[in-house]
Design a protein around this ligand. Structure first.
Ligand code: ZN
Length: 72
Protein backbone atom coordinates (compact mmCIF):
# COMPACT_ATOMS: atom_id res chain seq x y z
CA UNK A 1 0.00 0.00 0.00
CA UNK A 2 1.78 3.20 -1.11
CA UNK A 3 2.37 5.67 1.67
CA UNK A 4 1.47 3.17 4.36
CA UNK A 5 3.48 2.87 7.55
CA UNK A 6 4.98 -0.36 6.22
CA UNK A 7 6.54 1.44 3.26
CA UNK A 8 7.97 4.17 5.45
CA UNK A 9 10.12 1.75 7.44
CA UNK A 10 13.78 1.72 6.45
CA UNK A 11 15.66 -1.60 6.17
CA UNK A 12 17.45 -0.75 9.41
CA UNK A 13 14.19 -0.05 11.20
CA UNK A 14 12.82 -3.40 9.99
CA UNK A 15 15.92 -5.12 11.32
CA UNK A 16 15.53 -3.36 14.67
CA UNK A 17 11.85 -4.39 14.80
CA UNK A 18 12.70 -8.04 14.15
CA UNK A 19 15.19 -7.98 17.00
CA UNK A 20 12.71 -6.39 19.37
CA UNK A 21 10.18 -9.08 18.45
CA UNK A 22 12.87 -11.68 19.20
CA UNK A 23 13.01 -10.22 22.70
CA UNK A 24 16.28 -8.31 22.52
CA UNK A 25 16.62 -5.21 24.65
CA UNK A 26 17.83 -2.02 23.04
CA UNK A 27 21.28 -2.34 24.62
CA UNK A 28 21.69 -5.92 23.34
CA UNK A 29 20.33 -4.93 19.97
CA UNK A 30 22.90 -2.14 19.67
CA UNK A 31 25.75 -4.53 20.45
CA UNK A 32 24.36 -7.14 18.08
CA UNK A 33 24.30 -4.73 15.16
CA UNK A 34 27.51 -2.89 15.99
CA UNK A 35 25.70 0.37 16.62
CA UNK A 36 25.86 2.64 19.61
CA UNK A 37 23.04 2.48 22.10
CA UNK A 38 22.14 6.06 21.25
CA UNK A 39 21.81 5.19 17.55
CA UNK A 40 19.67 2.17 18.40
CA UNK A 41 17.44 4.35 20.57
CA UNK A 42 17.03 6.80 17.70
CA UNK A 43 15.83 3.97 15.44
CA UNK A 44 13.38 2.89 18.13
CA UNK A 45 12.17 6.48 18.51
CA UNK A 46 11.52 6.72 14.77
CA UNK A 47 9.69 3.39 14.89
CA UNK A 48 7.47 4.74 17.67
CA UNK A 49 6.72 7.83 15.60
CA UNK A 50 5.95 5.86 12.45
CA UNK A 51 3.82 3.21 14.14
CA UNK A 52 2.20 5.61 16.63
CA UNK A 53 3.28 3.55 19.61
CA UNK A 54 4.81 4.79 22.83
CA UNK A 55 6.56 1.81 24.35
CA UNK A 56 8.39 -1.35 23.33
CA UNK A 57 5.54 -3.81 24.10
CA UNK A 58 3.19 -1.81 21.88
CA UNK A 59 5.83 -1.69 19.17
CA UNK A 60 6.33 -5.45 19.40
CA UNK A 61 2.57 -6.01 19.09
CA UNK A 62 2.55 -3.77 16.01
CA UNK A 63 5.46 -5.73 14.54
CA UNK A 64 3.78 -9.08 15.23
CA UNK A 65 0.77 -7.97 13.25
CA UNK A 66 3.12 -7.09 10.38
CA UNK A 67 5.08 -10.32 10.32
CA UNK A 68 3.76 -11.17 6.91
CA UNK A 69 4.33 -7.84 5.26
CA UNK A 70 7.05 -5.45 6.34
CA UNK A 71 8.66 -7.16 9.33
CA UNK A 72 8.85 -10.78 8.22
ZN1 ZN B 1 3.54 -4.05 7.44
Amino acid sequence: MPGSTCEQLTPTEREVLRMLVAGLRVTALAMETGRTESTARTHVKHLHQKTHTHDIPALVRWAESHRHCCVG
